[in-house]
Write a protein that binds this ligand. Sequence first.
Ligand SMILES: [Zn+2]
Length: 310
Amino acid sequence: MADSKRGRDIVKQAKAEVEPLTLEQVDEMIRRREPMTLVDVREGDEWRAGHLPGAIHIPRGYFELQVDEKLPDKDAPIVLYCAGGNRSAMSAKTLKELGYTDVRHMIRGFSGWRDGGFEVVQPKNWTPEQRERYSRHFVLPEVGEAGQRKISEGKVLVVGAGGLGAPAIYFLGAAGVGKLGIVDFDTVDISNLQRQVIHSTSRVGMNKAESARQAIDDLNPDVDVQIWKERLTPDNVDGILAQFDMVIDATDNFSTRYLINEAAVKQGKPYIYGSIFRFEGYASTFWPAAGGPCYRCMHPEAPPDELAPT
Ligand SMILES: [Zn+2]
């Protein structure tokens, strides 16, 4: 019995064989968007209480059953973590035995990570209906649950529910944006319907913001729609924009465009602008708070509104 191993010896040996990464190194890799798959090997209830940003979850108990599907590339860089560094070392050992070539683990684990004040993602508890509704987003690696969570918590203001606003509002609503603001003083005309798909024949004569709200309420009950059936003015623009994370300018006149741009610059929020003329279109995002110019930097002078082609 002299050379019989104890459980702890196996853990110790695994730890000695796997390249360790510090919390700071992993944080840096996440920030730099270094290509790697970050794998959380803890149990489901630990994962649901919070995890690292961008991590995928393969509980150690299901490791061998799920690795082929979730980690298909045996030469891709993989970083494992658990609560304190033991289970991740053991899982790394398993991966190495399975032929994975680039496996490291984070020492001190999630406990160290959380106590160190690094970014923690709280998984959202989706309802079964939401899981169905956003299932096509969940399967897109570029969106996934983390992306849907961002969309679902996003607050977007759309000024104008006409040719540009209609598709923008419709797709934001379909995607499940958390809060959607719509500003439009105009009413639905039958000549709008050939392109402003959010409105309908039964709503001709109705205010456009109201008509758009009815369409979104019917499309996706997750979205909190707030409407303003009035013109955007220097008096109301700041108060309205303050309730949102960003603004989409879907108007067709220069004076409103400068008004929105100015408010967005003042509040440090992204200003997304689009414009169309026949078969030509422009779309751009201005966000001086994150670097770069604002709309007025590009067009210092506002031309008179009469010059805006409709
Ligand atoms: Zn500027």
